[in-house]
Write a protein that binds this ligand. Sequence first.
Ligand code: SAH
Ligand code: SF4
Ligand code: F3S
Length: 484
Amino acid sequence: MAVIRVNPEDLRERDLALKELVEYFQALKASKGRDITYNVRTYGCQLNESDSEKLCGMLQSMGLKEAREDAPADVIIFNTCAVRENAEDRLFGNLGIVKADKKSDKDKIIAVCGCMTKVPENVEKIKKSFPYVDLVFDPQQLHLFPVFLRDAVGRKKQLVNISAEDYIVDDSLVPIMRKRKFRALVPIMYGCNNFCTYCIVPYARGRERSRDMSEIIDELNKLASQGYKEVMLLGQNVNSYKGSNGERFPDILEAASKIDGFNRIRFMSSHPKDISTEIVDIVSSNPNIETHLHLPLQSGSDRILKLMNRPYNIEDYLKTVHYFREKVPHGSISTDIIVGFPGETEEDFACTLDVVKECEFDSAFTFQYSKRPGTKAALMEDQIPHDVVTERFGRLLAIQNDLAYKSNLAKVGKTEEILIEGRSSTAPDILTGRTLSNHLVNFTIPEELKVEGRSADDYEGMLCDVKFTNARPYSVDGEMVRLK
Ligand code: SAH
Ligand code: SF4
Ligand code: F3S
């Protein structure tokens, strides 16, 4: 697989297609007598969220308007995830649902992109069972979406375009419509070389390739000047960043922290094999870097880690956790854990529980092992029966839920700065946001701090101090004491 660097000149065809689509959608708008709308439905991780922001940016530049989430739209794009089987099942369910929409409107466009398209079985299934899907294309070729869309429009046959190449595209060459007005997702590297034996991502996202540091810093400077308060440096293994002049991840993190304007610099995911004391030291000495580390453990058993092709052992992992706790005392650590990897014995699982207790994770994403076709683990003997997996999963969850609650409880009585994310989805008068340590906080505004004419939505992206009053299993309650 070759890595292809895309230059502005390479995008001539894309720009031509964009122009043609603007005309096409203008004519469609005139004939329908209403705005032409789009809807991008995103599954999976922040890298997919970031890709969706680019798809939305391109659709906007074609003159389309965004429809509400899940609302019917003229162009519907499913940006899929293949990491576990249930993510795939959701797509096939939803494709079934849009069939009727497509039948009632021949101009409607349905497209599928994202990681599922890199698994040939999925593409075959779409071709066979969902022939009304107009377009299938893969995440490596996102920048060419207008070309594919133009070619798919008006065609009676499904268009499938999956590349064998890994592209690297300067983000400034693709329009981006950022979903949150305070948060910018900034991928710094793409792909993964690790081939953990359970994981589909290296097949879906190709080999590791890093953007140039100068390009990243230019983008960050621009974002800061536009008023973004939070920036998320993204990569499947963000710490494996390698710039073309030998720059490393700590160089990016240091440089980002020196840019005026950002209040929260976040990065994910860190691979335990690449995290260094240097990175933890940078976190501890820069007040605008989030005091949170996402450090996927996967298993607490050295034997299973070896079978997973995760090249670290529990002793090293614990060293990192203890170093972080010592240097960043009010920080938090989250993790990912897989239960029921092939060959996992009760003893292996007991090791995972021991490590979880020792690390006292502030939060954890826990997964039941899902067999991914094409990966090494899918062929391993001794796949664990479903009932054993669910029983172990329940035990892990009970312990981790207590730890998460304990972490939230430790906040009660303190006052900390919150970056406001918006209003709570359950109560319109309650705002929601996060601490520097990434704790989720729901809080009220006392009468004396309320500003006449300002609605809950207007607070998005503002900073305030909140006094924490009560802990819940997954969040902390509080009351605003000062708006900044
Ligand atoms: N690159 C990141 C993780 C990306 S996938 C890292 O290595 O840290 C996010 C998480 O999904 C993984 O950390 C893992 O816990 C989980 N995962 C990946 N493949 C899985 C599978 N086949 N079954 C269950 N969980 C899986
Ligand atoms: Fe998957 Fe492992 Fe790569 Fe993470 S590091 S994306 S778990 S292969
Ligand atoms: Fe899923 Fe692809 Fe992300 S498989 S987790 S969307 S990289």
